[in-house]
Design a protein around this ligand. Structure first.
Ligand code: ZN
Length: 725
């Protein structure tokens, strides 16, 4: 069983890395020497000008009003070439490169002290070394995986199948995990949802365009190869069966955009009700095995809504058509599809899941599909980078503790506290001015805003990993990690949610909002230029990290977050008329984003519904950041930025210009088409050009700052500009 955990609850500023973890190359000697010199290198220069903007890479030939994204970064796009081991590269990725190398130095330093294997430091070193030992992985061959293949081969009943579905490390059409109850966030509850597809989304199985057909053919080839490795004589026939079974699962699955509505995904069932939904599938056996049979209540995501629920959630017939049969059908398939097909499914998925710690032919084949075919990445990342990711994924907070000591100065935290406070003040001011919202809802919004819990840099307490056993076998370590994560997750059922917990490590370049805890969280690694620059011009900091802070606050008030109150409870705090005014504004934003089609005809466009929450975060976030910037300029606090309080002009740019340029600069990123296509289908974040152009064109202040004319391409007449927060 694989874990979703915080994925269900938290909204980040950037999507997860689109590349899955793969292949085996020993580090080249040049890599080894660059590491010993301890110099952090980046693919694009880590240079952000003397006051925070890399003006040397602007393209003055492009009018800001035609394409602001390219106006700010056009020359960088002309010059920069994506390295073969990357599917995307931009400011986020540059910081990830830095974090990756700093993490490597930390691991090497920890290892150099030869710490005992039962300490966190010893575990980090041993995990890394085992992962890097590709000769040992090669020599071990299929032997480490054999007990798990044997376990699958021994399945002779639906009970045994249910048992393997619920075991760590195996794929399953049914996910189970412990997470907070959205309507009672002081308690954990066991939750179930659909899962287990090998392709990134149901759309990949259901669409009939050329590209989708080609991807499915390549996926079937991968399944054939993996089943051959698992010892199947009829691998091709079995692969076809597995693909057909996954296609049935995909048909039963739910559309991502429609599933954003918690009113249809929050379904509390008693144990008897849940077991009834599973029909003849021996779910009780599975729950027993997990030790959750004693639970009285469960949350289940994909339960087909009743006519009443459809009406109350405001779903159209078109929406309803995108909801498959859900969990009841998943259970039915688990119970009725050929046992042999499920066994082949489990074997192929298990080898794919653990491919990075199996011999290179498996690792390479898995990369050829998930890396190259699906994401357009020509070459695998160097082994050490993958090792760093793997260690961080397993023992991340042990590294994070050292990372914070080395790379996060105390004054950064102080400055961030100040910025967050200013953003909060700005939102209070914005709430005063909102014309579409009535007084009653406004008061509730203020309450929610006051209850935001900001977390900056790193957790108060780091994870200890006492019960995680690390060995000299990379495969065993990956299995142990899956087991540890599952046990850690299940043990929560006996605990109260810990609001001090973090769901990203300090060395992660990202940020998130978690509605159940009403918290905005900024790991140390994102608090660097070009996002946060302690010596940069204030306009730049407000446009960059200010926008990021505002984005996370905006999630508290987006299409999903606004359905949770200040205590993190999924409960309505809106009057009916205010909710419909909000829906009208967000529907207009959906329509704006639906028009954006970066890949051209026949390929997917931006899905305005799927990306709505992130787009509200960006639009609201930049609006809060702008207001906060204006408040910061108003030295005497009279509510007006007078002539002598105006920001200075720097290198010919006004404060307002620098503010918007900073927002554009943080989103500067180049993509491969395959990766962008994948993002359009699966990622709730819009591609970066629309996070810039799609946002600024709704700001009156941007039109003024850059003299945007009605004839410019991004021009929107004032009545079509949307302001939500
Ligand atoms: Zn976000």
């Amino acid at each position: 069983m694989r874990y979703l955990m915080s994925g269900v609850a938290a909204a980040a500023i950037l999507g997860a890395c689109t590349t899955t973890e793969q292949t085996a190359d020993a580090p080249s000697s040049s890599e080894a020497s660059s590491a010993s010199q301890r110099v952090v290198e980046t693919t694009s220069p880590d240079y952000w000008g003397s006051w925070g903007i890399d003006t040397g890479h602007m393209d003055s030939e492009v009018r800001p009003g035609d394409n602001f994204f390219m106006h700010v970064s056009g020359n960088w796009f002309d010059e920069f070439e994506l390295p073969a081991d990357k599917t995307r590269y931009g400011a986020f990725d540059l910081l990830r490169e830095k974090s990756e190398q700093q993490t490597r130095f930390i691991i090497e330093d920890l290892a150099a002290e030869e710490p005992p294997i039962d300490t966190a430091e010893g575990k980090v070193a041993a995990f890394y070394n085992a992962y890097m030992a590709t000769d040992a992985i090669e020599a071990a061959g299929m032997a480490p995986a054999q007990p798990y293949l044997d376990q699958i081969a021994a399945i002779d009943s639906r009970e045994a199948l249910a048992g393997v579905f619920m075991s760590p490390g195996f794929s399953s059409p049914i996910n189970g995990f412990v997470w907070v109850d959205d309507k009672n966030p002081d308690d954990y509850i066991f939750q179930m949802s659909m899962g287990g597809l090998g392709l990134p989304d149901r759309e990949y199985y259901l669409k009939d365009d050329e590209k989708s057909v080609e991807i499915r053919a390549k996926y079937e080839e991968l399944l054939t190869f993996l089943l051959g490795k698992a010892g199947y004589d009829d691998a091709a026939a079995k692969a076809a069966d597995v693909l057909a079974l996954e296609t049935q699962l995909a048909q039963a699955d739910w559309d991502r955009a429609v599933s954003r509505n918690p009113e249809i995904t929050y379904n509390k069932l008693t144990r008897d009700e849940l077991i009834a939904i599973a029909g003849d599938f021996p779910l009780a056996t599975a729950l027993e095995q997990l030790g959750v049979m004693g639970e009285e209540e469960f949350l289940v995501t994909e339960i087909p809504p009743t006519a009443e629920e459809i009406a109350s959630a405001g779903l159209s017939q078109e929406d309803v058509d995108k909801l498959g049969g859900g969990m009841p059908v998943a259970f039915e398939l688990a119970n009725t599809a050929e046992l042999d097909t499920w066994k082949a499914y489990l074997a192929a998925h298990m080898l794919s899941n653990f491919s990075s710690v199996l011999p290179s032919d498996i690792d390479d084949a898995n990369f050829a599909f998930y890396g190259t075919a699906l994401s357009g990445q020509p070459e695998q990342r160097p082994r050490w980078k993958r090792a760093v990711s793997a260690v961080s994924g397993t023992l991340g907070e042990a590294i994070g503790e050292v990372y914070v000591d080395r790379h996060f100065p105390a004054e950064n935290k102080e400055r961030m506290d100040e910025l967050v406070a200013n953003l909060r003040t700005a939102m209070h001011a914005n709430l005063e001015d909102l014309e579409w919202m009535g007084e009653e809802t406004r008061e509730r919004a203020r309450e929610k805003l006051d209850k935001f819990n900001p977390k900056i840099g790193y957790p108060v307490e780091f994870e200890g990993y006492e019960t995680l056993e690390i060995t000299d076998s990379a495969f065993q370590n990956s299995v142990n990690s899956a087991v540890w994560q599952m046990e850690d997750n299940l043990s929560r059922l006996n605990e109260q949610p810990d609001r001090n917990e973090w769901f990203m490590t300090p060395q992660t370049v990202n940020a998130y909002y978690n509605p159940g805890y009403n918290e905005i969280v900024f790991p140390a690694a994102i608090l660097q230029p070009p996002f946060f620059n302690i010596s940069a011009d204030p306009a730049v900091n407000y446009g960059a990290i200010g926008g990021v802070i505002g984005h996370e606050m905006g999630h508290g008030f987006d299409d999903q977050g606004s359905k949770y109150n200040g205590d993190g409870v999924l409960a309505n705090w809106w009057t009916e008329s205010d909710r419909s005014a909000f829906d009208e504004l967000t529907t207009a934003l959906v329509a704006q984003y639906n028009q954006y089609c970066p890949l051209g005809e026949g390929d997917p466009c931006v899905n305005g519904r799927l990306t709505l929450g992130e787009n509200i975060g960006d639009l609201g976030g930049l609006s809060l950041a702008y207001r906060a910037y204006q408040i910061s300029l108003d030295a005497n606090g009279d509510g007006v930025v007078s002539e002598d309080e105006q920001a200075p002009v720097i290198d010919g740019y006004t404060g307002d210009q620098r503010f918007f340029m900073a927002w554009a600069q943080v989103w500067r990123a180049k993509y491969r088409d395959e990766a962008k296509r994948n993002q359009l289908l699966t990622d709730p974040h819009s591609p970066p050009e629309y996070r810039v152009n799609g946002i600024v064109r709704n700001f009156d202040e941007w039109y003024e700052a850059f003299d945007v004319a009605a004839t410019d391409e991004l021009y929107l007449p004032p009545e079509e500009r949307i302001r939500i927060w």
